[in-house]
Ligand binder design. Structure first.
Ligand SMILES: Nc1ncnc2c1ncn2[C@@H]1O[C@H](COP(=O)(O)OP(=O)(O)OP(=O)(O)O)[C@@H](O)[C@H]1O
Ligand SMILES: [Mg+2]
Length: 339
């Protein structure tokens, strides 16, 4: 099998350090844990660990532990013998057998049931297990790569994840830095994903992002990390009407719409109650002696707080509603301790 093409881009120091550690640990026949926020690229890193290992010509099998209910998950992992439970009419091999001599990627490993954790512990320790409903002990040689976006040591302390399993899984832990800590990677990845979308749309060339668009991308916090950036960059390209000009507009929230159905925000309800006929609301001015700065600061803070609440603290739409730039809004809200 030819080595699979995996594109992992990044130039930020924290990312390059991680890539070095991936290369160093890949050839070792030990379990590895990949930890990081959602969308940071954990699955890509797991694939890289496999393809840089001596197992690269063997199977790379994946399973998301959170995707199946407990009983089905065990059947999926360890296989079943006929009659193990209603509906199990044929022998089925589990993912561990399929991954024999290769690697098994267990995504969201923190969700494994206690029973599955116990079996996993034994496989990692001795390489042995039984299929569900079977008595024959089977042996496999599998490198386990786990991934999670939860704090496994904390789960272990609460008794929700076996500490002895964690010790064995965490021979080494690769923590993927969130995108917001990898400033250099944002334009790099945006360009990569944007280019791909331009190609898909049949544009003769990719015009790139304007400085303003790049500044917007750099200022965003990226809670969904690289997956979110991929969506944002691709959406910006296909929504852009002028393929010949650099893309100048990025929309971060695909739900953003004046017609978005929303629960009525408390501030608007209160405002409506105070001004039933929709008349302009009066601002109570203080009595003399006047203090211009203090009065304006109070009004500014009230307005910001109300607008933020009305936009459910979505900073970009609040800024737009107030006629401020994103940076101006953040600056003002921070000044008043609202962020
Ligand atoms: N460094 C990178 N270079 C190129 N593409 C990347 C990079 N990191 C992530 N991606 C892309 O971002 C998307 C999300 O990556 P991936 O599925 O590996 O993240 P994850 O950490 O497993 O996410 P989740 O926690 O939601 O499962 C994928 O489309 C992946 O190809
Ligand atoms: Mg994943």
């Amino acid at each position: 099998m030819p080595q699979m093409e995996i594109t992992i881009l990044g130039a930020a120091p924290a990312f390059l350090d991680l890539m070095d550690r991936v290369s160093a640990v890949a050839p070792l026949d030990r379990p590895v844990l990949v930890v990081g926020e959602r969308g940071t690229g954990k699955e890509l890193i797991a694939a890289r660990l496999h393809y840089l290992s001596r197992r690269w010509e063997e199977a790379f099998i994946k399973l998301n532990c959170a995707a199946l209910p407990e009983s089905l998950l065990e059947a999926e992992l360890f296989g079943v013998e006929p009659g193990a439970f209603t509906g199990a009419v044929r022998r089925r091999r589990g993912r561990f057998e399929l991954a024999d001599r290769g690697s098994l990627f267990l995504d969201e490993i923190g969700t494994l049931s206690p029973a599955a954790q116990e079996k996993l512990l034994r496989i990692i320790e001795y390489g042995t297990f039984e299929r569900l409903g079977g008595s024959e002990t089977l042996e496999v040689n599998v490198r386990v790569i786990g991934a999670t976006n939860v704090d496994l040591p904390a789960l272990a302390e609460e008794g929700r994840f076996r500490a002895d399993l964690l010790d064995r899984l965490a021979f080494d832990v690769l923590t993927v830095p969130p995108l917001r800590e990898r400033g250099e990677d944002i334009p790099l990845l945006a360009d990569h994903f944007g280019r791909g979308m331009a190609r898909e749309l049949g544009w003769p060339a990719f015009p790139g992002f304007s400085d303003k668009a790049l500044a917007d991308l750099a200022a965003w916090r990226w809670p969904g990390n690289v997956r979110e950036l991929k969506n944002v960059a691709e959406r910006a390209v296909y929504r852009w009407p002028e393929p010949g000009r650099p893309i100048d507009r990025v929309d971060f929230d695909p739900f953003d719409s004046p017609w978005r159905p929303r629960p009525e925000p408390a501030a608007e309800r209160a405002a409506a109650a105070g001004a039933p006929d929709g008349k302009e609301r009066a601002i109570a001015l203080p009595d003399p002696p006047y203090d211009f700065r203090a009065t304006m600061a109070t009004i500014e803070k009230r307005l910001l707080a109300e607008a933020l609440a009305a936009h459910r603290h979505h900073q970009r739409s609040t800024a737009e509603a107030l006629g401020l730039s994103y940076d101006q809004l953040r600056h003002a809200a921070k000044k008043h301790g609202l962020l």
